[in-house]
Design a binder for this molecule. Structure first.
Ligand SMILES: Cc1cc2nc3c(=O)[nH]c(=O)nc-3n(C[C@H](O)[C@H](O)[C@H](O)COP(=O)(O)O)c2cc1C
Length: 203
């Protein structure tokens, strides 16, 4: 679908048809389209836990403000950001050297620069920024392939961390419900958007 049409069609769908299942192959296709999202240094600091089973969705719902879409959606993607990805990406730097972005001897300097930019109290911001862009791409890729989505940050960070037990370098940034809108459910009209004049400061 053309981007403008996709953008107008995308809504945060609150009511999913719980009888619809999504396969790993569907998720792979969505990922293959979404992975072209930009990321700083192309480090792709994201990790996704795809929650597919009823039992796991119920556990997730309990730490996600009891939002019904968590159990009604076909899957909920828990989008984590890797706050240390810049120290764990030799593959990306090798690729950048092979493709002429930089020389091999420049890699340590690039890693040190990334560490200065993204470590310490900037790490969660770094991971969240990049995961946010990836999330947007996932939403458009899913819609393009016939799936509705709903992003959520209404969850208990510690609860989600505890539930999946990943290394604490992974911070949960967003939940993304994926499924098909219940045919009988009507969404409320699209919420207002701020005007150009309100949003932009021209200098
Ligand atoms: C980062 C983020 C977090 C959100 N968290 C929730 C949430 O926890 N629960 C919810 O019902 N909606 C959530 N929303 C959905 C927004 O309310 C919705 O995107 C907004 O009202 C605009 O509606 P639209 O997406 O249909 O255009 C979230 C959206 C974003 C982008």
């Amino acid at each position: 679908m053309e981007w403008r049409a996709l953008n107008e069609k995308r809504r945060s769908v609150n009511y999913f048809d719980p009888s619809v299942t999504i396969t790993v192959s569907d998720l792979q296709k969505i990922y293959e389209a979404a992975k072209l999202a930009p990321s700083s240094f192309n480090l792709q600091p994201w990790k996704v836990v795809a929650v597919l089973s009823k039992e796991e969705k119920e556990k997730l719902r309990a730490v996600a403000m009891n939002q019904p879409k968590v159990t009604e959606a076909s899957a909920v993607l828990v989008l984590f950001g890797n706050t240390r990805q810049f120290l764990e990406s030799q593959d990306v730097f090798d690729d950048r050297v092979a493709k002429g972005y930089m020389k091999a001897e420049e890699v340590p300097r690039a890693v040190a620069m990334a560490e200065r930019l993204y470590a310490g109290d900037r790490a969660v911001g770094y991971a969240s920024r990049n995961v946010g862009l990836f999330a947007m791409n996932l939403m458009f890729a899913a819609l393009d392939q016939g799936w509705d989505t709903h992003p959520m940050d209404g969850f208990d960070v510690e609860g989600v961390q505890k539930l999946f037990g990943l290394d604490p370098k992974y911070v949960p940034v967003m939940l993304l419900a994926i499924g098909k809108k219940r045919p009988d459910a009507a969404l409320l009209p699209r919420g207002m958007r701020r005007s150009f004049d309100e949003v932009f400061i021209l200098r």
